[in-house]
Design a protein around this ligand. Structure first.
Ligand SMILES: NC(=O)c1ccc[n+]([C@@H]2O[C@H](COP(=O)([O-])OP(=O)(O)OC[C@H]3O[C@@H](n4cnc5c(N)ncnc54)[C@H](O)[C@@H]3O)[C@@H](O)[C@H]2O)c1
Length: 390
């Protein structure tokens, strides 16, 4: 849904609470980054909402204000953070352990601020993230009870932090692969499934349900099924709440989403795409579990198909061999390396190859997207846009 001209948008008055599910590498890099930007010790590079401009009229008119000056986004000074995590580390400890940001330059100077962010007990179940052992977890007889506790967390945070609006961004681990089933079809079956502790209801769905019931926009940064089910999509439409997201698509997937449209624009064929990664952070460890990897794999495989439309171009994209590998390799920590070998073909079918070696930093790429999601979802809510945001 686009923002049509003349739409009334409520002003970004008061503070915006950003509640993060998960207080790991991405979340702490995001929070510490915002605080560094607020104190003038860093630039929000990679953030469309902070760095991007929007062209008005023709290029020659040279009217290109910054997006944040053109649409009424919340100001960084007005953001207040909270998080849930089954691991009890505060944001400072978690950031040090994640090892993304340079400790002396970007963490020590804001240590007090980061130590003030302590994770709320999580709605967590090891069945969905096999490689984690959480101690900071909620107790309840049913999943519904856990969802009610999450709702209470949102209400308490609103009051205690004095925020006028809240958004939630899922920055927690990738859950095991789940396919949509009967439990996900309607609100009634969903609520019944929560009461019966149906395995089809993953923790991420409890957060999304709690968000929607509290009129809070929900953005998903992992490839989990979460809000991709009729029950929650209808609930979002009915309650007029924006939802969306399927993985941050920051590293290798970003390269795919950039290169594939280039091949398509040139009508070049694609025979195969082999992607492999090494990474050594906790995300890498979680994805080392085949069931969590399957969730990631399906989402990554889906990207090419969605862009290339093999049905429409069978000679070019009807027979693509696509393979994705993620290898947990501790020495690299968060500094991952992703290799792509792409077999393309041109005029009369002659083959060519492209090799990409991307030495990227996952959380450095993801943190600005968390910021943009939080700010744009809050804007969407104030503009009364609801359901899946494109
Ligand atoms: N790093 C990236 O660039 C990138 C890119 C795309 C997607 N992602 C996805 O973003 C997510 C976060 O990545 P990360 O590198 O920060 O991982 P991380 O392992 O450092 O942090 C994830 C945190 O989520 C917590 N968690 C797990 N289940 C939870 C639950 N039910 N409730 C609350 N907290 C829970 C974990 O304890 C952990 O602290 C992952 O799903 C990852 O696949 C990351």
């Amino acid at each position: 849904m686009g923002l049509e001209a003349g739409r009334d948008i409520a002003p970004a008055k008061g503070k915006l609470g950003v509640m993060l599910v998960g207080l790991g590498a991405v979340s702490t890099t995001f929070i510490a980054g915002v605080e560094n930007v607020r104190r003038g010790t860093g630039l929000p590079i990679g953030s469309l909402s902070q760095m991007g401009t929007i062209r008005l009229g023709k290029r020659t008119e040279r009217r290109s204000p910054k997006i944040k000056e053109f649409v009424p986004l919340a100001d960084l000074q007005d953001l207040v953070f909270a998080a849930w995590d089954p691991i009890p580390d505060d944001a400072y400890t978690a950031a040090v352990k994640a090892g993304v940001l340079e400790r002396h330059e970007h963490l020590e100077p804001i240590k007090d601020f980061l130590q003030g962010i302590k994770p709320l007990p999580a709605a967590f179940d090891q069945y969905y993230v096999k490689r984690l052992h959480g101690t900071n977890v909620k107790r309840g007889k049913t999943k519904r009870e856990l969802a009610e506790q999450l709702r209470e967390d949102i209400r308490s945070f609103r009051k205690a932090a004095g925020v006028s609006r809240v958004v939630i961004v899922w920055c927690a681990s990738t859950e095991v692969f789940i396919t949509p089933g009967p439990a996900h079809q309607s609100l009634a079956t969903f609520e019944q499934a929560m009461e019966q502790n149906d395995p089809a209801i993953a923790p991420s769905m409890l957060y999304a349900y709690a968000a929607l019931m509290e009129s809070v926009p929900f953005a998903n940064g992992a490839p989990n099924l979460t809000v991709d089910v009729p029950a929650l999509q209808h609930l979002a439409e009915e309650r007029k709440i924006p939802i969306g997201g399927k993985d941050f698509k920051t590293g290798q997937t970003m390269m795919k989403t950039v290169l594939a449209p280039a091949f398509k624009a040139r009508m070049l064929g694609l025979a195969g795409w082999y992607s492999t990664n090494i990474l050594g952070n906790r995300d890498g460890e979680v994805l080392d579990d085949p069931e969590s990897f399957k969730t990631k794999e399906e989402s990554k495989l889906g990207v090419l198909e969605y862009i290339l439309q093999p049905d429409q171009y069978p000679e070019l994209y009807g027979n693509v061999f696509h393979k994705v590998r993620i290898n947990y390799y501790p020495p690299r920590g968060d500094n991952k390396e992703g290799w792509d070998n792409i077999d393309i073909f041109g005029w009369l079918g002659y083959p060519m190859q492209i090799k990409v070696d991307f030495l990227c930093r996952d959380s450095i790429l993801a943190a600005p997207i968390v910021l943009d999601l939080a700010l744009f979802f809050d804007l969407a809510q104030r503009a009364r846009l609801s359901g899946i945001q494109e």
